[in-house]
Design a binder for this molecule. Structure first.
Ligand code: WQD
Length: 339
């Protein structure tokens, strides 16, 4: 069975990707320090899969542990999710973000080289574009100065991968620039598990609807958009997971030294107020929200040009905003039943 390491594999996108890998005939090996997830997610994951998943509890910055993982498993590739990802927190704790997000990639790359493992799919983000001058944004759109240390770590990691491949290293790498992941597995057994107050829109919406939060604050309706609220490209996490499998398969017949990058979005933008209206439609709940001042660092509008990933990887989003919000709501209801 072709074994693929998933760093941060107990996370939101990591668990959904583990399912996509198993469905495609791979065996996922998870490493996670559970700093931004909970071991309980593995129970839900194994219920969905109907089989156990091998995992290591630990930090990707731990050279010895990573060496052991590669020694104990005949890995044919890796998907690197493990990173600190809270935009706001990164402005308060930049050193934590630079140390963790950069060093964990460097440790992974060094251990891959030591063990002769070439294939890597890297979790990047549309945040590298900043506010694009033209929309939809395509992969050769120049990146802009990041609005946060988190976003800057994604830019620097992309540059590390570019320079590694330019050096002639035997690595075949795809960077995936995610837009805004939402949704959950339709069983409601796994999903986004924000620790503390959610920074992202959709978990805050579902927590408000279920009564955990008193109301949603909409950060600004004075932007240059049709309804004044910010526009994003909300991609269902199940579609996003499938894109990782397609990226691995794309690398199989590439030269030993290869790099490419792809936008992973639906190609459609929706505003915050449209997300609220769509949520109310799919959930039948009326959402308590208040328009307040803009959030510093927010860009106004971004959505993906997806021609390249459709053409080269044969991948296109199958699920839309309604599907994502319906599945996020179902997950929130299941979570509330458990508590
Ligand atoms: C979306 C829109 C907010 C919360 C960031 C990172 C990206 C990725 C996802 C990690 C914005 C508005 C939000 C709220 C609101 N990071 N909003 N009230 O900022 O587009 O992307 O998170 O995976 O790399 O850049 O996502 O969900 O925080 O915000 O009005 O309580 O919702 O202003 O317009 P964002 P988000």
């Amino acid at each position: 069975m072709t074994k693929i390491l998933i760093t941060g594999g107990a996370g939101y996108i990591g668990t959904h990707t583990a399912i996509a890998l198993v469905n495609a005939g791979y065996e996922p090996i998870i490493i996670d320090d559970f700093s931004n997830s909970s071991k309980s997610v593995l129970i839900g994951l194994e219920k969905i899969l109907g089989q156990s998943v091998k995992f290591y509890e630990g930090d990707c910055n731990d050279n010895q542990l990573m060496d052991r993982v590669f020694s104990e498993n005949a890995l044919t590739g890796a998907i690197h999710f493990a990173a600190s990802k809270a935009v706001g927190e990164s402005t308060q704790k930049p050193l934590k973000y630079y140390k963790n997000n950069l060093n964990s990639l460097l440790v992974l790359l060094e251990v891959m080289q030591k063990h002769g493992v070439k294939d890597l799919v890297f979790s990047s983000s549309c945040t590298v574009y900043g506010q694009p001058d033209e929309l939809p944004v395509q992969e050769d759109t120049p990146r802009k100065q990041a609005e946060s240390p988190y976003g800057n770590t994604k830019i620097i990691c992309e540059d590390i991968l570019r320079d590694l491949v330019k050096s002639g290293a035997k690595n075949r790498i795809v960077s995936l620039r995610y837009f805004n992941p939402i949704g959950a597995h339709p069983t409601g057994l796994i999903g986004e598990l924000p620790i503390g107050v959610p920074a992202n829109l959709v978990p805050f919406v579902t927590q408000t609807a279920v009564g955990i939060r008193e109301k949603l604050l909409v950060f600004g309706d004075d932007y240059n958009t049709p309804d004044g609220s910010c526009i994003r490209d909300y991609i269902h996490v199940m579609d996003l997971a499938d894109a990782h499998v397609k990226a691995l398969e794309y690398l199989h017949n590439k030269p030993d030294t290869y790099l490419d990058l792809f936008n992973v979005g639906t190609g459609k933008g929706n505003s915050v107020l449209e997300v609220i209206q769509t949520f109310e439609k799919v959930s039948g709940k009326s959402l308590n929200y208040e328009i307040v001042a803009r959030r510093p660092g927010d860009i106004e509008k971004v959505w993906a040009n997806t021609e390249k990933i459709e053409k080269l990887l044969g991948w296109k989003a199958k699920l839309d905003l309604e599907d994502g919000l319906r599945d996020s709501w179902n997950w929130q209801l299941k979570l509330s039943e458990q508590s």
